[in-house]
Design a protein. Structure first.
Lengths: 331, 286
């Protein structure tokens, strides 16, 4: 996969796990092929290169002491800024070499997740206003690990044309797919120097009776938001209330992706979360088979590489153009 | 891990300088009249015994067309050299000394290069961290003075430390440790305490670029009637602690270029000597 260049995707925040899972034990994560150790100390969450400079051992096998991480191999101790502050084998009179410093990354916590950026992030952490809204009940439905690129996953999630086909019987009807037309496309400028921070679009759909979201014959309104490059937030507006899916996504490598699936709703609070979670789990299991088998595994950003339909592929085309605008050739 | 043919060829050529050394490939007891398949330096070999002598052939071509490789039984292991060896098999005089009790302690396969495995075992500063309590104390991990010098076969070094409670000694004694390292991958370490000598003969077979098979043979001239199981359990536990860390090291092969990793004057003199001698011998990353 060496011909796939993912470097334009580095300066963004990526989720690495729920805050509850980043605790006293250091965690190993891979972001765009870079091995990172994430750990928590009294000073907050920190992310460093997961490789001791001395003998290339994995710091994530080590321990956290005060604000530092201690290498399991010979105790080299690194602070949150990546500087080595202590080498136990040296005599007290010997100084730690000035060049003993591993790469450090920005880390933060938002919406119950820990986020890491490999380079100065060009955009904020993707919004999730429902998380702080007291009217909403939020739960983490699932974590998924797919053998697919993040680009293929996200494009499939955005593409409403696939719903009756892949999820016939659950969402839509394969014998009568109709046309679902997105409208109100709007590009979202977050900062003046970023050409494309994401986009939103809307669509309407007549509910079929097998979905849990509305009632048969009801007309539902949807708004999808894509926060570049990979996080989707999708809200369904039904007569009984709103349901938002928030899908923070970690690009592990050109063919591995991890994502988390949050659900937030301001209705049906008496219904167990598992009811909503299991419905979406079935949908995603169907998607997984399709997306893991797409070739090439990386999403080709160049529009000449695959065949597109002017109307049906509007969302995909929008997404690929947005990726092109941030300099990505693969995603 | 199987590699694409091109990658395997690259790995073989990178490992080519190691063809001129003896390497252990199998327990002697495991090789009989029937062929036994082993891998050495990314090359498939077949071993067999006839009239008591062990033989090694390439396993990839018709048998009639290949010259046999040099093969020897020594210290309970079968050793093979793929080309004219530049050095002898590392000697282990205690193994045949009747005042010593000798036994195969541990053998296992590692997902680590033979070079990474070997350097870790040579370097004494990892003891306190990877084997706390058993071989060192994290709160007192300063590297002692090490007396090191280069020899015809590799290098030798010695130092003294205070013993911790272990099968080798009771706590609080002075233990003198002397290691003779034979390039590329065999060390003989003699630990001397008031009780006598305990010898560890540790060797690694570079089966593949990023995999090795290891053996530890132990020998001692004290406590010779003790059951050996506690000693074996102790060594096995220590090696499993090493394995977890060493298999994580990146790059996987020991970088001979000294600028790739950071070295400390003093604590790293053994590792530096090892890497310099490998480079002098024309060996690439191992």
């Amino acid at each position: 996969m060496s011909e796939v260049d993912l470097s334009p995707l580095r300066p963004y925040w990526y989720p690495v796990g729920p805050s509850s899972e980043i605790g006293a034990e250091p965690a190993a994560v891979t972001i765009l092929d870079e091995q990172v150790v994430v750990y928590r100390s009294p000073g907050g969450v920190h992310a460093l290169q997961d490789l001791c400079l001395h003998r290339g051992s994995r710091l994530s096998l080590g321990t956290v002491r005060d604000n530092c991480i201690v290498c399991p191999h010979r105790g080299w101790t690194y602070g949150p800024d990546g500087r080595c502050v202590h080498i136990p084998s040296l005599r007290a009179t010997q100084a730690v070499p000035a060049e003993a410093s591993v790469r450090s990354y920005r880390a933060c916590e938002e919406f119950g997740m820990v986020w890491v950026a490999l380079e100065e992030p060009r955009l904020p952490v993707p919004e999730f206003p429902e998380h702080e809204d007291p009217e909403y009940h939020v739960f983490l439905a699932a974590r998924w690990d797919w053998t697919a690129s993040a680009g293929r996953l996200v494009e499939n999630s955005l593409d409403i044309g696939h719903l009756p086909w892949v999820h016939g019987g659950m969402l839509g009807d394969r014998d009568n797919p109709g046309t679902i037309e997105p409208y109100n496309f709007s590009d979202q400028p977050y900062s003046s120097d970023h050409p494309n921070a994401g986009f939103t679009f809307e669509w309407d759909w007549e509910e079929v009776d097998r979905s849990q979201y509305g009632r048969p014959g009801e007309r539902l309104h949807y708004k999808s938001r894509l926060y570049m490059p990979y996080t989707r937030r999708n809200t369904m507006y039904a007569p009984k209330g709103n349901l938002t899916l928030y899908q923070p996504t970690l690009p592990v490598s050109a063919d591995q992706v991890v994502f988390w699936y949050f659900m937030a709703r301001n209705h049906s609070l008496e219904v167990p979360d598992s009811h909503f979670g299991s419905f979406s789990a079935k949908l995603l299991a169907d998607d997984k088979i399709i997306v893991e088998n797409q070739r090439p595994r990386s999403l080709p950003v160049d529009l000449a590489e695959e065949v597109h339909l002017r109307a049906a592929d509007t969302v995909s085309l929008h997404y690929r153009r947005a990726l092109a605008a941030i300099g990505a050739r693969h995603a | 891990m199987t590699m694409a043919p091109a990658a395997a060829t690259d790995a073989r050529s990178q490992l080519a300088p190691l063809r001129r050394y003896w390497h252990p490939v199998e327990d002697s007891a495991a090789v009989g009249n029937r062929p036994t398949a082993v891998t050495l330096l990314e090359e498939d070999l077949v071993l067999f015994r006839s009239q008591g002598r062990v033989h090694a052939l390439a396993d990839s071509r018709p048998k009639a067309c290949v010259d046999p490789y040099r093969a020897e039984d020594r210290y309970g292991l079968v050793w093979v050299a793929l080309e004219d060896p530049v050095a002898d098999i590392a000697p282990f005089p205690e193994y045949t000394d009747s005042s010593y009790r000798s036994y195969l302690s541990v053998t296992s396969s590692w997902n680590a290069s033979a070079g990474r495995f070997t350097e870790n075992g040579l370097d004494i500063t990892h003891f306190a961290w990877v084997h706390p309590g058993a071989l060192g104390d994290r709160d007192d991990a300063e590297c002692p003075a090490i007396d090191i010098h280069v020899t015809s076969y590799g290098f030798e070094y010695a130092y003294s430390r205070e013993s911790l409670e272990s099968p080798f000694a009771t706590g609080g004694q002075t233990i003198h440790s002397r290691t003779m390292h034979h390039l590329p991958f065999t060390r003989r370490r003699i630990l001397t305490s008031d009780a006598g000598h305990s010898v560890q003969y540790v060797t690694a077979s570079p089966t593949r670029a990023r995999q090795c098979k290891i053996w530890m043979i132990e020998s001692r001239n004290h406590h010779v009637t003790d059951p050996i199981e506690p000693y074996i359990d102790f060594s096995r536990e220590l090696l499993e602690q090493d394995r977890q860390i060493v298999e994580s090291q990146r790059p996987e092969m020991l970088p001979i270029d000294l600028t790739t990793e950071l070295h400390l004057r003093g604590p790293d003199q053994v590792a530096l000597t090892y890497r310099r001698l490998l480079a002098d011998a024309g060996v690439a990353d191992v």
